[in-house]
Design a protein around this ligand. Structure first.
Ligand SMILES: [Zn+2]
Length: 328
């Protein structure tokens, strides 16, 4: 059985500098491929609604909606090219500057994780607008980049913009065990030749009950991961499928290889590697500036805490229950 969120599932963010969250821009939570398959016909109604909305966007430069991070009505810029896929990396909010994908992940984290102002937060990026956004609101947050195999975990190098740029390797983090309360990792896992050592590290450094928020290329129709490349015994990279490179802020001209697309097995792997709870959230809410194929965000909680409060299974929310985007 799938778990549809109540439209009024509010966040519990205790940061004094933030207003309470508006209703969460999340469509549904799934714990397995089977739950997702059971909900397909229900979900199809939303894809149709999305298609109709997108058809009305032709020639528009922006839409208006409620930004769950800015806590107010904002404008979201539309991409020049059409199609549901282009919307994931666009729809930048004119207020916070963050795109559809990142706003979705952060809105869910604020609601699910309820971070306090001085929470111990680790974000696996540091040279990005998201890090700047986070550091302004959560001054104790730590960010890092991967600066090469020759660096020591936790080593900092001088940086003209940041002062110090920190190096971390997700498969051997420098943090003490049970020292991090919130671990945020967006579109990084797929660039590791092996991702299971990173999952083990995430569980090691998180406190019991600590929260992991993860995004990575995910195919809802797959149970197993699709391995696109692997490192052979001699160290060479062997391509099993045509290589795909993603943008890399530290290497914009070269990009970074994507080793795999994840399937539902990732949720099981999290449960096998120290997480008591793992769910996949589908974020689609035109009124919050989340259009196109839903953003997929994995939420997991480290063992040693009560399970995620079971969201109630309600009726399918009607148009009137979700703020509609303003398409002038
Ligand atoms: Zn915003």
């Amino acid at each position: 059985m799938y778990h549809q969120l109540e439209p009024g599932w509010h966040g519990l963010c205790e940061d004094a500098r933030m207003e309470p969250l508006p209703a969460l821009p999340c469509l549904a939570l799934f714990r397995s491929h089977r739950e997702y398959r059971d909900a397909r016909s229900w979900l199809a109604r939303y894809w149709e609604r999305d298609r109709l909305l997108r058809a009305r966007l032709f020639g528009k430069k922006s839409i208006e909606g409620l930004c769950a991070l800015c806590r107010k009505r904002c404008e979201f810029s539309l991409p020049a090219e059409e199609g549901a896929d282009a919307l994931r990396e666009s729809l930048h909010c004119r207020g916070c500057g963050l795109n559809n994908r990142l706003r979705a992940a952060i809105a869910l984290w604020l609601a699910y994780g309820g971070p306090k102002a001085h929470a111990r937060i680790y974000l696996s990026e540091q040279t990005t607008p998201l890090y700047a956004w986070l550091k302004c609101r959560f001054p104790d947050a730590i960010g890092s980049e991967y600066l090469g195999a020759e660096r020591m975990p936790g080593e900092c190098v001088p940086d003209p913009a940041l002062g110090a740029l920190r190096h971390e390797d997700l498969t051997r983090l420098s943090f003490a065990s049970e020292s991090i309360e919130h671990l945020l990792c967006f579109d990084v896992l797929e660039h590791l030749p092996q991702h299971l050592p990173a999952l083990r590290e995430f569980a090691r450094v998180l406190v019991p009950g600590g929260v992991l928020v993860l995004s990575a290329p995910f195919d809802c129709e797959r149970e197993d991961h699709e391995e696109r490349a692997r490192v052979a015994e001699d160290g060479r990279i062997e391509h099993l499928l045509p290589p795909i490179y993603h943008g890399d802020p530290l290497s914009p001209e070269r990009g970074i290889l994507c080793y795999r697309t994840y399937g539902w097995k990732l949720l099981e792997e999290l449960r096998e590697h120290g997480f008591s709870e793992s769910v996949l959230a589908l974020v689609w809410s035109p009124g919050h500036g989340h259009l196109g194929w839903p953003n997929l965000v994995l939420l997991a909680r480290r063992d040693g805490s009560p399970a995620l409060e079971q969201p109630s299974i309600g009726e399918i929310p009607g148009e009137h229950e979700m703020p509609a985007p303003l398409i002038a």
